[in-house]
Design a protein around this ligand. Structure first.
Ligand code: LLP
Length: 437
């Protein structure tokens, strides 16, 4: 059966049994743009932006939804986020440069990251971005110097760590004590960072940020995090902290497989805003401006990866390998996090599942497996079959590599039957462009 909940909202199966996204037949897209190909559905992308904006704003109008660029950004999609009224969370000079390239409203740009360089901080201060989120004592000192020599005062937030386990993958857990990110409340470092930031003449401390990790399928870690950080904020009032802004980060989950049923944007809004308003009331704090930073939950459901099947290898009684023309170079997540995905045969979606297969990539690594054990219609090595993997809009392309010197795939944005190329396929020449003979 077609796992509708993990595909973009415009997905349908046409009379020929082909997967159609945004009114575009994926068989035609493969013919026109080649494979591997990443397809982003404009309607799903905007729909996800709007549901976060609406669900948070209707409960708490004083909210900014800042899209976490690291999930996937380029100038074309950054423009969509600007058009939808979102802010932008960037974590490098490169992501900041994309914001600059499209003249993203700079007051809505938040600069995160655990080890920003002096050059990156200068780039941000010179462009006069909205907020820099300070992650360490090193950065606190560096940014004070940068702002001083630019003759300006920079609005900042401090990233604090509340020592809360959000029960997600160890490699994507951040808000625990043993983490490279932020100032731990538990150790007293957060309190010291507040004192230093308040005292810094060129830093204007607006509030606090925390991010627990991702994806977070439970609501309780958000409630706990909001409580711990607001309690900390109240305890720092006498040290000069005026909490005008508050950010519980991102980490909102999506369904990768048909059986997953993550909280909705409304559920997250209810948990965060409910706890925040109750705690502010209890602690006598003024209600702050709220910023949330969804990345995956906006881009993830909008993207589908499309591959062509090549070699098929049957090891009797052991495993059937179905190899595709992409793999760990465009989606490292299964290899890195044991991430699970669904797949359909895009050129015959309605055919009955008959065989359990392992979808392997083309890279020279045994660990290059995209999906272990997925039920598919019988696939031969004719080269006609296309595999579509949904929920591929976040953290696939941005983490892509040129391993084995495979060029990175192109990206198309589909809408109402039109496919717009927003990134062309890399060529071998592109790959050698920076090499010096
Ligand atoms: N805000 C901060 C400060 C973050 O560090 C992150 C993600 C986000 C927001 C956005 O989280 P999201 O809403 O997208 O879950 N490569 C991993 C995910 C690492 C996320 C790092 N920080 C993956 O593929 O699952």
């Amino acid at each position: 059966m077609f796992p509708r909940n993990v595909f973009p909202t415009t997905s349908e199966v046409n009379e020929a049994g082909h997967l159609v996204i945004g009114g575009c037949d994926t068989v035609d897209l493969a013919a026109e743009f080649g494979t591997p190909l990443y397809i982003f559905d404009d309607a799903t992308l905007r729909g996800r932006c709007r549901s976060f904006v609406q669900e948070f704003n209707k409960r708490y109008p004083n909210t900014t939804v800042a899209y976490a660029s690291k999930a996937y950004v380029n100038p074309a999609v950054a423009q969509i986020f600007a058009d939808e009224g979102l802010g932008l969370d960037v974590v490098s000079g490169g992501e900041l440069a994309v914001a600059q390239a499209i003249n993203f409203p700079k007051e809505l740009v938040y600069f995160h990251g655990s080890n920003k360089t002096a050059a990156e901080l200068e780039q941000a201060v010179e462009w006069k971005i909205g907020r820099i989120v300070i992650d360490s004592f090193h950065e606190l000192g560096l940014l004070e110097e940068v702002a001083a020599s630019a003759g300006t005062s920079q609005d900042v937030l401090l990233r604090v760590s509340p020592s809360i386990d959000p029960h997600t993958h160890e490699k994507t857990t951040t808000g625990v004590l043993d983490s490279k990110f932020g100032f731990a409340i538990e150790t007293g470092h957060a309190a010291e960072a507040v004192r230093q930031a308040v005292a810094a003449p060129h830093l204007n401390l607006k509030g606090l940020h925390f991010h627990l990790g991702s994806p977070i399928f439970e609501l309780q870690p958000y409630r706990d995090g909001v409580e711990v950080v607001l309690e900390f904020a109240a305890s720092m009032r006498e040290e000069g902290l005026d909490l005008q802004e508050f950010s519980p980060g991102g980490g909102f989950a999506i369904a990768y497989t048909a059986d997953q049923n993550p909280p909705t944007p409304a559920d997250y809004a209810e948990a965060i805003i409910g706890t925040m308003t109750a705690e502010c009331d209890r602690l006598g704090l003024d209600l702050p401006h709220l910023t949330i930073e969804p990345g995956r939950a906006i881009a993830g459901p909008a993207g589908v990866a499309l591959y062509r099947v090549g070699a098929v290898k049957e090891i009797p009684g052991v495993r059937r390998y179905v190899s595709v023309d992409g793999g760990m170079g465009d989606n490292i997540r299964p290899a890195l996090y044991d991430a699970a995905y669904e797949a359909v045969v895009a050129n015959r979606v309605n055919d009955r599942g008959e065989q359990v297969a392992t979808i392997a990539g083309k890279y020279c690594e045994s660990g290059d497996v995209l999906i272990k054990d997925v039920l598919l219609p019988a696939i031969d090595g004719s080269g006609k079959d296309l595999i579509a993997i949904p929920a591929s809009g976040a953290y696939c392309i941005p983490m892509a590599s040129n391993y084995n010197l495979n060029p990175k795939p192109p990206i198309v944005l589909v809408n109402n039957g039109q496919a717009r190329l927003i990134r062309r396929r890399e060529t071998f020449q592109d790959q050698m462009l920076l090499d010096v003979a």
